[in-house]
Design a protein around this ligand. Structure first.
Ligand code: GLY
Length: 372
């Protein structure tokens, strides 16, 4: 059972594990580890490149160990090169890249380069806003000019941060317009969500939902649900606007109700039969951390629902899907699923699953310096 002692023990295990990962990962930019337990090294402009340094910053802040800070320090400068090296390929995921690098570095140390790079990323993200459709464009490529995706609810905290930091509300207005578009078109009455929304980029007219990494435009991709519940909880924390809290709760209720017996989601909640389908531990970890946010934003009478759901997920991940007894395994969690419809990265370890698992336990142990 998850209690204070279990949380403390897990934080100690995480500290040891992440310290070992420093040697194993070296100068890789980790994204996926397969059955051999070795992380690959992806290109720096890939959306996941901030999570390894983010894990290091988090562990530094929680444990005070200098080694984590030392290894994390240069990552914002390394990733900043993406602005010049990949000017066309860069995307809306600068939130995922720069919140856990430049922004947390600035917030924890006051480093002015972190501030400059964080604002550069926020300006870039704001520049992807389509003002007739009220959405932030997700990806590049001619088929995606009018596409926005649910994951971006976790990129817009970069805009909330930029408004708070510069005292300029423009960033926040863009973030809220984007979030409102998703409340209107992506979050269904039952709390399930779709991955992609397609718009006419000239007129802003909504065209259709698209399945993307989920089963279909009417299914419920579990990681999309977890991005939505976590992102909307943060949107409420940053704006105080009740509609975001209500939407986050609705998505959370669907997510909790759809979990299987061991509390770790399959990759899509609407597959016809679970037989032979892979899980996505990363969706569980992202949601668990988001549920702790919700538990801290709601009165006691409600908060225990979210807190205990989060604890059940984190406990199951730690007991059934963690690599504690495999010291040579470079990842923390197994059984993540990246993109099932493309049969890409199925039943693997994912660096963002590792990050949010650690974030969830850090929050349970009292960590309050979340990225945003
Ligand atoms: N942001 C892409 C994903 O969740 O796979």
């Amino acid at each position: 059972m998850l209690n204070e002692a279990y949380t403390e023990q897990t934080m100690n295990r995480l500290s040891e594990k992440v310290e070992a990962m420093i040697g194993q990962i070296g100068d890789k930019t980790p994204h996926v580890a397969g059955q051999d337990g070795k992380y690959d090294s992806t290109r720096d402009n890939w959306w996941t490149s901030g999570f390894w340094p983010g894990l290091l910053w988090l562990m530094h802040d929680v444990t005070g160990k200098e080694v984590f800070k030392k290894v994390a320090w240069g990552w914002d400068a390394k990733l900043e090169k993406c602005f010049s090296e990949y000017p066309v390929e860069l995307h809306h995921d600068v939130g995922f890249q720069f919140l856990p690098t430049a922004v947390i570095k600035y917030e924890l140390t006051g480093d002015q380069e972190g501030l400059r790079i964080g604002l550069e990323a926020a300006n870039y993200l704001a520049g992807r806003f389509n003002p007739v459709g009220n959405f932030i464009r997700a990806w590049n490529g001619s088929n995606a000019i009018g596409w926005a995706i649910i994951d971006c609810l976790m990129n817009i905290p970069l805009l909330f941060w930029a408004s708070r930091t510069t005292n300029d509300p423009r960033y926040k207005h863009i973030a809220m317009k984007h979030a409102d578009t998703f409340l209107k078109h992506a979050i269904r009455d039952d709390g399930s969500v779709c991955h992609i929304l397609s718009f006419n980029p000239e007129t802003g007219e909504f065209i259709e939902p698209i399945g993307g990494q989920g089963l279909s435009g009417t299914s419920a991709w579990s990681r999309g649900n977890s991005w939505a519940l976590h992102g909307l909880a943060i949107a409420f924390r940053c704006t105080g606007e009740e509609r975001y809290l209500q939407a986050a709760k609705r998505v959370a209720h669907y997510f909790i109700a759809a979990l299987p017996e061991d509390h770790v989601p399959y990759w899509d909640f609407r597959v016809e039969s679970l037989e032979g389908e892979p899980r996505d531990t990363s969706a569980g970890a992202i949601a668990a951390s988001g549920l702790i946010e919700l538990s801290q934003l709601t009165p006691a009478s409600e908060s225990r629902i979210y807190r205990s759901a989060s604890e059940r997920i984190l406990y199951s991940l730690s007991e059934n899907y963690a690599t504690w007894d495999q010291p040579n395994h470079e990842a923390i969690l197994i059984e993540g699923t990246g993109h099932k419809p493309a049969n890409s990265n199925v039943n693997v370890s994912l660096i963002y699953g590792d990050y949010y698992f650690a974030e969830g336990f850090a929050k349970l142990s009292g960590w309050r310096n979340r990225i945003f």
